[in-house]
Design a protein around this ligand. Structure first.
Ligand code: OKP
Ligand code: ZN
Length: 347
């Protein structure tokens, strides 16, 4: 297994996120990835690499160019408004909801922040663009490494910020560039005919779903907390099955809060059966370990040992596989849980 880790990840270090009317410390911290790196030192399940330069042309095909331009310049624009802004992160405060226009690009910076975001929980910081762009490079390189001669069976983009909530032209849910979608598109570009993206993070992968919703060449599947009660609330229901050419190519498996491994693994078996039926020739796993029983912001009951079984079950598909790192906020256990999935997969 080849693991592309993001040497710029710690440059994205949000100070605070909005929660119930207060600014609270961010859950999505550099320490998360440090714990995975430390666990990989103890249990080397793969070879570590750093990525090359990000393929901006590919990023601008998966995401809207005007959104990519916004991310690349947002911090400088923010500080240009007032030099004292450098001590504060960017958070949105106004959004174009139903009835507003989203086809005109506002000149006002705060208005553009709202246009391109969907929550106030995702601070944009001085290093966000560098971290996200380098993370995207990890995902693209991980996909391309899978298609090379003598390719390993699996690769990973070990990165943060995560990606699965980011859509064509919006960020949110701690995500800015959709690493799993970039990996899937790189696999398609490299010759994979049908790609499945299976999202096992606690939260529905709304960005990935929306990016491929009308496409028949990329199937998206997500196992997650029921959006009636769980973030991101406004997408992820079972009746969302894809549209147009992509009809039937999206599968959501929402589960109630409190679901334990027996309930969760039944959904996993259903997702794996769908991937076999679809005839995928490559797989992307959006790997969040916030399904863990000790996760501070999620409500499933998966144990550390269960992650070994999850990795082994995914491996039964026998597909070339790219893992992308998504959520997991029980910081002390995130390394053990991620490496357990990888160890279960390669065993
Ligand atoms: C990102 B990923 C907690 C509020 C929850 C958003 C959760 C984003 C999860 N105070 N805020 O899918 O792990
Ligand atoms: Zn999550």
């Amino acid at each position: 297994m080849l693991i592309f880790h993001n040497p710029a990840h710690a440059r994205h270090d949000g100070r605070q996120e909005m929660f119930r009317g207060r600014l609270v410390p961010c859950h999505e911290t550099p320490a998360r990835l440090a714990h995975v790196m430390a666990e990989l030192q103890r249990r080397p399940v793969g070879e570590l690499r750093t990525p090359g330069d990000a393929d901006l042309a590919l990023i601008r095909r998966v995401h809207q160019p005007r959104y990519v331009d916004f991310l690349a310049t947002a911090w400088d624009e923010w500080v240009a408004l007032d030099p004292e802004n450098a001590a504060v992160d960017v958070l949105p405060s106004v959004w174009p909801v139903r009835g507003f226009r989203d086809d005109v690009l506002p000149l006002n910076f705060a208005a553009r922040v709202g246009l391109f975001s969907f929550d106030a929980g995702s601070p944009l910081t001085a290093g966000t663009w560098d971290a996200a762009r380098t993370g995207a490079a990890c995902a693209i390189d991980a996909a391309r490494a899978l298609l090379a001669a003598n390719a390993p069976r699996a690769t990973m983009a070990l990165t943060r910020p995560p990606g699965h909530h980011a859509g064509a032209d919006f960020y949110g849910g701690y995500c800015f560039l959709n690493n799993a979608a970039l990996a899937a598109q790189a696999l398609r570009d490299g010759g994979a005919r049908r790609v499945a993206v299976l999202d096992v993070d606690y939260h529905h992968g709304n960005g990935t779903q929306s990016l491929f919703y009308e496409r028949a060449d990329v199937m998206t599947l997500s196992i997650h907390g029921d959006p009636s009660t769980e973030y991101p609330f406004f997408l992820g229901h079972a009746d969302e099955r894809g549209a147009g050419a992509g009809a039937g190519c999206n599968l959501n498996l929402p589960l109630p809060a409190g679901t334990d491994f027996s309930g969760w693994s039944a959904a996993l078996e259903q997702a794996l059966a769908e991937i076999r039926r679809f005839g995928a020739d490559a797989l992307v796993i959006a790997l969040g370990v916030d399904t863990f029983e000790g996760d501070p912001i999620s409500r499933f009951r998966v144990s550390s040992a269960d992650y070994l079984r999850i990795g082994a079950a995914i491996a039964t598909l026998g597909l070339p596989t790219v893992f992308t790192m998504e959520g997991g906020y029980a910081v002390a256990e995130v390394g053990i849980n991620v490496v357990n999935v990888l160890e279960g997969f390669v065993a």
